[in-house]
Design a protein around this ligand. Sequence first.
Ligand code: NAD
Ligand code: HSO
Ligand code: ZN
Length: 509
Amino acid sequence: MKTITLAPGERLRAGQLIRKGVLPDAVVASARSIVEDVRQRGDDALRSYSKQFDGVELEGLRLPQEALERALELVSPSFRAALEKAAAQIRAFHEREVEQSWFTTRADGTMLGVKVTPMAAAGVYVPGGRAQYPSTVLMNIIPAKVAGVGRIVMVTPPQNDPQMSETGGISPQTLAAARIAGVDEIYTVGGAQAIAALAYGTESIEKADVITGPGNAYVAAAKQLVSGDVGIDMVAGPSEVCVLADATAEPAVVAADLMAQAEHDPLAACYLITCDAAFAAEVERAIELFVAQSPREEITRASLDNEGTIVIAPDIATAVAAVNTVAPEHLELHCEDALGLLGGIRNAGAIFVGAWSSEPLGDYVAGPNHTLPTGGTALFSSPLSVDDFVKRSSVVCYTPAGLLSDAPATQTLAEGEGLWAHALSVGLRRRKLECGAASVGLDVLAAVDLTQVAWPEDDARTVAAGLADAAAVAGAGAAAVAGAADDASAAASASATSSGASDSAREGE
Ligand SMILES: NC(=O)c1ccc[n+]([C@@H]2O[C@H](COP(=O)([O-])OP(=O)(O)OC[C@H]3O[C@@H](n4cnc5c(N)ncnc54)[C@H](O)[C@@H]3O)[C@@H](O)[C@H]2O)c1
Ligand SMILES: N[C@H](CO)Cc1c[nH]c[nH+]1
Ligand SMILES: [Zn+2]
């Protein structure tokens, strides 16, 4: 691992980090050409990339439903029990994230709110290059289910393993997880080509509205490229961990924690930040001891040698600042006062507090999502959540009284922007309320200066007072306006209640 020793008063700078695993230019260029090719050639392109990168000649792309039905028979009872425990804990956690539609009614009866709608179709990427990821199946499909997504499509690379031919080239463990989570369709295609298929559709794969899930740098780059044409959760690329440790930590445990992320990918990035150089040396000694015994020695070594960084800080405040510069996917606080340090952490996808909070507990069973921002994007991104599978629509429902209250300010602002028809849209409604329905008949309007209707040169008091002044102008009409407002408000509330019932929405505050 590379060591950076900070002098007193010196801060870790982002430029000092290696960060090759973010999205190298060559990877982005390759992902771009794959995405373009899939847009042009559809299924043919998917087949040729599966042959090139996965060594598999695909016949059908879609896994037959019968293979999914049988999946639970193919795994051991203990693996199934572990999946079910994990699924229950992940579901319970994500159910707490559900956001209800909400509506509020102003004194003038105008109703405002937010309508929450699940995505119609979500595409979930499950990695399958250097390891199998049944846990990622649960972490992506369960929140989509909790959100109420209509169609959940999973894509994963086909395995070049004759033992998996019965399960369509997918590991039985991955299939069992998909069965427990409740997937609708599975396609055996991976990499940037799978992301392109979900984003734009092919002959066999219908496009999705949002794509979620982690993957290697090619997958992460492709997601970034298609973002905008389709929703994406975040850049969730090669795994990262940052351990902030003091001398109370066990060097052996910290070494295992670093290796646990290093073994995912040669581009995985591991950071140890400590104020104790002797402790760091012990951790390196433990890594040397362990890595030779790892069945994933090659990947682990490549990651730690090329992407690993030790930061020796002069004091704990500088160490915490270094953590915030790294903005890691996972942070472990292996310090005596771990909980006390939590408040100072600004940038991290998931924070594991204290010596007992092993990061792999979070990878599998704790409940929070393990799909997390990488490459420093924890500066502005959050873990995958139910929120990624819904969208919100603002709801605006004016009453006549509300319209009269807000029309003068709207017209004045529209005039300030020189937008005549914006003001007219409001001005005609206002005129109808103030002067009666006949006043907006076309024959009457033909003889009216419409600029006066749009931009009536209300004085500041009218603009501020809104309804009261507008009602005064209407004179005797004011009582009728107020009555109409009451009627509209009642209707809006009734309608919110009925739409709330069908959307399981919370209405009225
Ligand atoms: N950030 C997170 O939340 C999170 C969670 C789980 C896993 N991960 C990461 O997911 C990744 C999984 O990677 P993986 O490789 O095991 O599986 P993967 O499914 O992401 O990638 C395999 C695919 O990459 C494509 N590919 C491989 N070499 C290529 C090349 N030279 N050019 C173009 N495409 C190529 C192939 O199509 C292949 O099917 C790891 O980096 C792991 O750290 C991240
Ligand atoms: N550590 C990974 C996220 O970076 C998630 C994972 C899945 N399986 C094992 N680990
Ligand atoms: Zn992991």
